[in-house]
Ligand binder design. Structure first.
Ligand SMILES: *[C@@H]1O[C@H](CO)[C@@H](O)[C@H](O)[C@H]1NC(C)=O
Ligand SMILES: *[C@@H]1O[C@H](CO)[C@@H](O)[C@H](O)[C@H]1NC(C)=O
Length: 986
């Protein structure tokens, strides 16, 4: 849902207007770009860009040098002190550095500031904030993978450098140069990632403020505001990035940041020699392959920004910040992927530039190679960077997930369709929509309630007039296995007689202002306070609010949506909390801003796990704000988009970017949040949404009702078909989620990820593969388009999913697929086997015991196809105790046999079957469709062999015709899904 009203800021002055204004807001207003900072309005960003300009345009020597005698290396860790020379008389500041080499092959570079470690600094304004650089991001983000590599060793050391060999088969190398400080990370002897190559390392050390005497006022110069002329020295300082004007306080949009610690930014250049493409650092509304940011034709002029914000109708093709941040970047070139993870939760900017390197002795091949240079700038905290040397995209997502965790295994219903709007006006309205979806044969699993269900925006309450009977409503939904999601945000209405507010205040669980008293700001309920989810006691208290006897009217099928958790503060700077606010532990909001949303989301996730003693269900919580690690606790969506074709188009690269950045459970509001989509747009959006990992229709309060059955014919039927397609493929979606849970593989995969050596695919971001199915989708995102040109990444056969047509294709060519409004461009790559459930039902819960259909796509070689299916009870944690079925299906084309075996090679007798597994004995593979079966399959008998028995099945063969591939349909298989079996055609 939305916010950040363009009128924010005025509200403090005219509070009584609030309710009137918010209802008058028209959705046509687009984001006020000037409500959000540009780099040159963000003091530390501007300073570091100026520093970079100075460094790159002069003969420049980085003033950071490792003290040679400070070096030690022990148990996989290199430690030393970097001396930063701070003035012409050689005065230095000590910056301890640790380079850790981990068993996984990941390296980590951490730089701190000694004076601050020792608390030897003074804060201004009697601030109660902590003195250290923020060093707890790891505590929230990192869940594993930190074991040190005891095999790592110093391969060479002299006065100028230390070289450490590490990683699998010791083929990684970190060359640490002392003077100036520089690190070259190599794989197999070749440079992959360089730190401080361009000398942009900048750690703004703590310094005392020296009060300069007020400039003398000349006679006749009246006002204070008239700035004195800059002296030449001041101009020079500004050029060097030492412009002091934003060191001690900084104002923006009527708010002043008191900056009790003065300037404290950290910045570093990270170069990727020979890498032309970089990806990641979501969330931004732009192409998957990131653009250059230093101006010029087709480039951005501002760096990519990561500062979770409620941006309200975001603009497209922009490096502007959005609702969530993942500072994980991947660089890619033909056959190699490497990456960095910048573990810092403060406001961060990333400049990107590319350069043709004319002579690079380490790069093989001919001609100039393009290299990508990045410049990372954070406002505060440690410099803490993880380095991944690949070499495959899969290595990166796996290693990154080892550190930050993999996607939680969701409940199966969460992969179904979600019906949302701001707002369903009453419990009767909800029940009516529920009935209509059935009437129009549109499957769905979840209906959602936005803020209006509450009594005056007080969470954990219901509006007694419009929702008098939440339990009756919940029961009707439950009768078809459906769920309800209600919104609960982190702002708590500041009003007497509301127990949640009273407890929040009396227990001091709220975020504090810079003076240390409870912070008050404005959000949906008017005056509000915000829960400080960094506090363990506050999180424990939060959990008590969700107990069924505390949140009356909630039920086992009630789940939660956390919105506005950037946090959105209508009257705050950039619509969020002031940076000098204080959190649990004495940390400034500045240090933890990008983490806040995740800690709140996580607090809700954990609350749902404990709302009943012995709770067994996996929680479902949707979040708007997120950070690295949020994937462990729920799903995200891309925020408040618009009902416009370009927003539909933009959703696909955004979701692909989430996928490769460790948080694949993502979707965009189907139909567009603001505005009213034309029927064709709405239809196309459902077709695209059926391929989002998270599939939810949503609409703004001012938008016309647009439940899919209201679209009218032919639109409603086409949308119903898209919904049913999603539901029939649920077994394959669930299997893809399981893969993400196991090793971080994205659920929808871009071309560079699946075909890392096909250069022409590196910037393609409008088509993708679904899991391991070989399904290649290219949703139509342009009006009046009736065909799609799908780029073919390899020499495989591709079949149209719906017609089995095959077009002559070749690697690197585009094939035109017919796509009238009724059709989604969807191809099947040869060589796969994937599972479907073909009986249309009202919800995923009702499909639980249905038989499966397997689709086998014969590949170019005609010999081999394979795939897998993962299934568990779809709701509990019993899968962690072996209560799941994971099958591997293999086609032996020559022998014309298809077999099913345990994908993990488990011995069936080792699995103690609980109730669900026992019930699955009744579930079978009923049908197999072999697409592309040669004529040798015609008129053949079929035998099924399983569990020591064998029985016949039937086969129908349909020969090829008019561009359509031949196919064989094997029926009446009755092959148990959980058992080993073999189907032989002879
Ligand atoms: C260098 O910095 C030190 C410590 O801040 C200071 O005492 C000294 O006067 C400075 N020297 C120059 C030449 O600025
Ligand atoms: C999530 O909540 C649990 C339980 O309160 C806590 O142990 C954990 O540190 C939290 N993690 C994050 C990322 O907030």
């Amino acid at each position: 849902m939305l916010l950040s009203n363009p009128l924010a800021g005025r509200w403090t002055a005219s509070l009584c207007l609030l309710s009137v204004l918010s209802t008058l807001l028209t959705p046509a207003v687009s984001v006020k770009e000037h409500d959000f900072k540009k780099c040159d309005q963000s003091g530390f960003c501007k300073r570091n860009r100026a520093f970079a300009d100075h460094a790159l345009s002069n003969s420049w020597e980085s003033p950071y040098n490792i003290l040679p005698e400070s070096r030690t290396f022990k148990d996989g860790q290199f430690q030393a002190v970097i001396l930063k020379t701070i003035n012409d008389s050689g005065e230095t500041v000590r910056l301890p550095i640790t380079v850790s080499f981990q068993e996984s092959g990941t390296a980590r570079v951490t730089v701190d500031e000694e004076k601050r470690q020792k608390n030897e600094i003074e804060l201004r304004h009697d601030s109660k904030a902590r003195k250290e650089r923020y060093n707890e991001a790891e505590q929230w983000v990192i869940v594993g993978g930190l074991a040190l590599d005891r095999e790592a060793k110093v391969a060479f050391e002299d006065k100028t450098q230390t070289t450490i060999k590490y990683g699998p088969s010791s083929n990684f190398e970190a060359v640490i140069k002392l003077s100036p400080f520089f690190i070259d990370f190599k794989r197999d002897g070749h440079s992959q990632i360089k730190f401080n190559d361009r000398g942009l390392l900048n750690v703004e050390h703590w310094r005392a403020k020296i009060e300069k005497p007020e400039p003398e006022k000349k006679e006749g110069e009246a006002t204070d505001e008239a700035k004195p002329e800059e002296t030449p020295e001041e101009k020079e300082e500004e050029v060097k990035g030492e412009d002091e004007s934003t060191w001690w306080d900084e104002a923006f949009g009527g708010n002043t940041d008191s900056k009790p610690r003065g300037p404290e930014s950290i910045a570093l250049d990270i170069s990727f020699p020979g890498y032309e493409h970089i990806y990641g650092i979501p969330s931004h509304a732009g192409p998957l392959s990131l653009k250059e940011t230093r101006g010029g034709e087709g480039r951005y002029t501002d760096p990519y920004r990561l500062y979770n914000a409620d941006v309200f109708e975001y603009i497209l093709d922009s490096p502007m910040t959005l609702y969530g941040s993942i500072p994980f970047m991947q660089a890619h070139r033909k056959g190699s992927s490497v990456g960095v993870f910048w573990l810092n939760a403060a406001e961060t900017w990333i400049d990107v530039s590319k350069a043709k390197e004319s002579k690079n002795p380490l790069t093989l091949g001919i001609g100039a190679k393009t290299s990508t240079h990045t410049h990372w700038i954070s406002e505060s905290g440690l410099l803490d960077v993880f380095v991944f040397l690949g070499p495959t995209p899969q290595d990166l997502t796996k290693k990154y997930g080892e550190l930050t965790g993999y996607t939680a295994m969701p409940q199966e219903f969460a992969l179904g369709y979600h019906q949302c709007r701001w707002n369903y006006v009453s419990d009767e309205d909800v029940k009516d929509v529920d009935r209509k979806m059935d009437k129009f044969k549109m499957p769905y699993d979840v209906i959602w309630l936005d803020i209006e269900y509450t009594e005056e925006k007080k969470y954990f309450t219901w509006d007694a007039h419009s929702f008098p009977d939440p339990i009756g409503m919940g029961k009707q939904l439950d009768s078809h296995g459906r769920k309800l999601v209600t919104i609960i945000d982190p702002h708590i209405k500041n009003v007497d007689g509301y127990h949640v507010s009273a407890e929040l205040k009396s227990k001091e669980f709220a975020i504090k202002n810079k003076e240390g008293s409870i912070f008050e700001g404005w959000c949906w309920p008017g005056s509000s306070h915000w829960i400080d989810s960094f506090s363990p006691a506050a999180r424990d208290w939060w959990a008590t609010l969700f107990k069924f006897d505390a949140f009356k009217g909630s039920m086992k099928n009630t789940w939660i949506w956390n919105d506005m958790n950037e946090p959105s503060v209508f009257n705050g700077p950039e619509t969020t909390a002031p940076k000098d606010n204080l959190h649990f532990g004495g940390w400034e909001h500045r240090d933890v801003h990008n983490l806040y949303g995740m800690t709140f989301h996580n607090a809700t996730h954990h609350a749902l796990k404990t709302r009943e003693k012995g709770e067994l269900q996996r929680p479902f919580v949707l979040t708007r704000a997120f950070f690295a690690g949020s994937q462990r606790v729920g799903a995200m969506w891309t925020g408040d988009n618009q009902a416009a074709w370009d927003h539909l188009h933009a959703s696909i690269p955004m979701i692909l970017s989430q996928g490769i950045s460790g948080f694949p459970f993502s979707g965009a509001d189907v139909g567009g949040f603001f505005g009213n989509p034309e029927k064709d747009l709405q239809t196309r959006w459902y077709q695209a949404g059926a391929f989002y990992p998270f599939f939810r229709g949503h609409a703004h309060i001012d938008a016309r009702r647009r439940e899919p059955y209201l679209a009218g014919e032919p639109y409603s039927s086409i949308i119903a078909a898209a919904l049913r397609l999603r539901y029939s493929l649920l077994p394959s979606w669930y299997t893809a989620f399981h893969q993400a849970y196991v090793d971080g593989t994205p659920i929808v995969k871009p071309m560079f990820y699946t075909h890392p050596t096909e250069e022409a695919g590196f910037d393609i971001d409008d088509q993708f593969f679904v899991g391991n199915t070989g399904l290649l989708a290219k949703p139509v995102t342009e009006q009046d388009k009736v065909s799609a040109d799908v780029w073919i990444p390899d020499d495989e056969v591709y079949y149209d999913y719906f017609t089995y047509d095959t077009a002559p294709t070749a690697k690197g060519k585009r094939v035109i697929v017919d796509a009238p409004l009724s059709k989604i461009p969807l191809l099947m790559q040869g060589g796969h086997i994937f599972a479907r459930r073909d009986i249309p039902r009202r919800s995923s819960a009702l499909m639980k015991w249905d038989d499966y259909t397997l689709i086998v796509t014969i590949g170019r070689d005609g010999k081999h196809a394979e795939g897998d299916l993962y299934v568990d009870d779809g709701e509990s944690y019993d899968f962690e105790k072996g209560q799941y079925i994971h099958r591997k299906f293999v086609l032996d084309g020559a022998a014309k046999s298809i077999s099913s075996s345990d994908a993990e090679g488990r011995d069936p007798s080792s699995i103690k079957e609980g109730g669900w597994l026992k019930k699955m004995h009744e579930v079978s593979v009923g049908k197999i469709i072999v697409v592309g079966a040669s004529s040798t399959w015609a008129n053949k008998a079929v035998t099924v062999e399983s569990e020591g028995k064998s029985w016949p099945a039937t086969l129908e063969y349909t020969p090829a015709a008019h561009g359509r591939a031949a196919f064989a349909t094997i029926k009446n298989l009755k092959a148990r899904i959980g058992a080993d079996w073999k189907v032989v055609v002879a």
